[in-house]
Design a protein around this ligand. Structure first.
Ligand SMILES: O=c1ccn([C@@H]2O[C@H](COP(=O)(O)OP(=O)(O)O[C@H]3O[C@H](CO)[C@@H](O)[C@H](O)[C@H]3O)[C@@H](O)[C@H]2O)c(=O)[nH]1
Ligand SMILES: O=P(O)(O)OC[C@H]1O[C@](O)(CO)[C@@H](O)[C@@H]1O
Length: 550
């Protein structure tokens, strides 16, 4: 009955429960037999359980629905048997502890019978007490973590052939437990599990014949290229360094790098992005020439836009090992000299992110929504959100936002809901997707719920064993609405001060809290460069993070 001062001041539901209890006490004349202290402290609670156990009592929780049932676990820890609702968490608790009886909360008689049975049958009471005490450790945190991690470890990889590393040599050690798996060992839980997954069944890539060709013969040329490359880097290509990549043996260069630098700067204009990339390149020129560092460009742009961007900025596609496009829903590798163009798409990435992707149904809903957003203020009924086929892919539906003020692209029209609202509206219609306001508010990308720019990095670990701890993500001071997902995590982050600092604050209405509340900005993994940083400032930051030597 909790802590209370005045019954009349309690929330109405609590007050009415308390009043009905008091009336029942009166009706059955239970004065002197029940205690309902007006106040108690948390420190008093153990004694209450102990007292009940000492007097051979029972803990009763007849909730209509009990989501979990922490109090039942507490009772068991003090040797107090339970009578609990059969609706919800108590069922699991009972299965593990076997320390009492489950009842239907709507059946008064069964509740009374269970209580009487437990207090009358001394042997049953003692057995329930003992069972609870004996098994309660199964609800301890270490035991919980152990169960959780062993269940995950038992999950078979969706693509067991990814674990195959028949090229031996210098890739990262795929069998070594990375990230959280390493932590399992750190906390000494003595878990015995194998990272081999289904190796026995899939020791050979069943999709490929000995020449690396597809069995079904139905795939496109691009798919052929990806599948062939997916076998891993040929010995020949691994020997070559950045400057010596030969046709057909380049996939994927990022496996050979010591560090991967991910440029995820959401600059307000293209020139600033070109300038920032040049500075980053210049900061590690020596290491790049040695082939130690690979670059990934991570943006909301399509691969076609990236191609023109590279050309206009004077870059080569091969300056980058990979391109995360469309806000993280497309992944390309650079393929210099390949027949089909300078980029190869990773189709496997789509199978990784397509979970619950609404596809055409979602697209139609979004197009309907877009046509309902009009500029009522000017009375022109002009559409503000325009679907863009050109910028869309099968896994990214893109919409252009018309600025209300002519010539001012970085302005989210007021009629367009904040990203938080838009997400909610779609969720209500059971459409799960990730909505990203990008290009400083001039575009919306709608992508699968599992896709994001940071998800693409995790995929590179799963797919190619590229260690996240060896990645450095370059961001600005703000960015697209997926910006905060790029900060934190096990990778290192260099925040370029002065870059994207003017990003439209309306874009970030999805959070009403300062970024510092959710991101450990003082983490040793994050470094801030000086304002308007030069390449040597960037180098300083990289040295501070321990990525390069002085
Ligand atoms: O007067 C009280 C009531 C509760 N508690 C303690 O508060 C915690 C939670 O009690 P509970 O009544 O279960 O909290 P609720 O917030 O109402 O319940 C939610 O939170 C619990 C803890 O996660 C879950 O077990 C429940 O399923 C969930 O509905 C427990 O440690 C209790 O010992 C007190 O100290 N005094
Ligand atoms: O009996 P009801 O109305 O389902 O209420 C159950 C609720 O009461 C509690 O048992 C205690 O607040 C909660 O854990 C639970 O959600």
């Amino acid at each position: 009955m909790g802590n209370r001062d005045e019954i009349d001041e309690m929330p109405s539901t609590n007050a009415s429960v308390l009043l009905s209890v008091l009336k029942l006490i009166d009706k059955y004349d239970l004065y002197g037999q029940v205690a309902y202290p007006k106040h108690h402290k948390q420190a008093d609670v153990p004694d209450i359980y102990r007292l009940a156990a000492k007097t051979k009592g029972v803990f009763i929780n007849p909730a209509f629905i009990e989501p979990f049932g922490l109090t039942l676990i507490e009772a068991a820890a003090y040797g107090l048997p339970m009578v609990a609702t059969k609706n919800g968490g108590p069922v699991d608790i009972h299965r593990v502890l076997d320390n009492g009886l489950l009842i239907d909360p709507h059946d008064q008689q069964s509740i009374a019978n269970a209580l009487l049975k437990l207090v009358a049958d001394k042997q049953l009471w003692a057995k329930c007490r003992q069972n609870g005490l004996k098994n309660i450790h199964l609800f301890s945190w270490p035991e919980h973590c152990k169960t959780y991690l062993s269940r995950i470890a038992a999950c078979k990889p969706r693509h067991p052939q990814w674990q195959q590393t028949d090229d031996g040599g210098d890739t990262s050690d795929l069998d070594s437990p990375g990230d959280s798996l390493r932590d399992i060992h750190d906390i000494s839980l003595n878990l015995k599990f194998s990272m081999d997954g289904d190796k026995g069944a899939s020791g050979n890539d069943s999709y490929l014949d000995s020449e690396g060709n597809l069995g079904d013969g139905n795939k496109s040329k691009l798919e052929h290229a990806v599948m062939a490359w997916s076998r891993g880097v040929s010995k020949e290509s691994r020997k070559s360094d950045r400057g010596e990549q030969s046709q057909g043996s380049v996939f994927p260069a990022l496996r050979r790098r010591k560090h991967i630098f991910v440029i995820a700067l959401d600059c307000d204009d293209i020139n600033s992005l070109v300038e920032a990339i040049r500075k980053i390149f210049a900061s590690v020129e020596k290491e790049t020439t040695q082939g130690l560092i690979g670059f990934i460009l991570s943006t909301s742009l399509t691969i076609t836009e990236i191609e023109s961007f590279l050309a206009s900025g004077g870059f080569n596609p091969s300056d980058f090992d990979a391109f995360i496009c469309n806000s993280g829903s497309e992944l390309y590798y650079s393929a210099p000299g390949a027949e089909d163009g300078p980029f190869v798409v990773d189709f496997y990435y789509h199978s990784h992110i397509e979970y619950r992707w609404g596809g055409e149904g979602l697209r139609k809903t979004l197009v309907r929504w877009a046509s309902s957003v009009v500029d009522k203020k000017t009375g022109s009924e002009e559409h503000i959100v325009i679907p863009s086929e050109q910028l869309s892919t099968n896994y990214c539906y893109a919409f252009k936002l018309q600025s209300q003020k002519p010539g001012l692209i970085s302005f989210v029209p007021v009629q367009v809901p904040p990203v938080k609202e838009l997400r909610k509206a779609l969720r209500i219609q059971a459409l799960r997707c990730h909505v990203v306001y990008c290009q400083n508010g001039s575009r919306i990308n709608v992508i699968p719920v599992l896709a994001s720019r940071s998800q693409a990095l995790r995929y590179l670990y799963v797919r190619w064993g590229v260690e996240l701890t060896n990645m450095v993500v370059f961001t600005g001071e703000s960015g697209d609405t997926d910006y905060e997902g790029l900060l934190g995590g096990v990778h290192k982050t260099v925040v370029l001060k002065g870059v994207c600092s003017s990003a439209n604050s309306q874009l970030h209405l999805n959070r009403s809290y300062p970024l510092s509340d959710v991101i450990a900005t003082d983490s040793p993994n994050v470094s801030y460069t000086a304002e308007d940083s030069s390449s040597s400032d960037i180098r300083d930051s990289l040295q501070k993070l321990g990525c390069i030597k002085a």
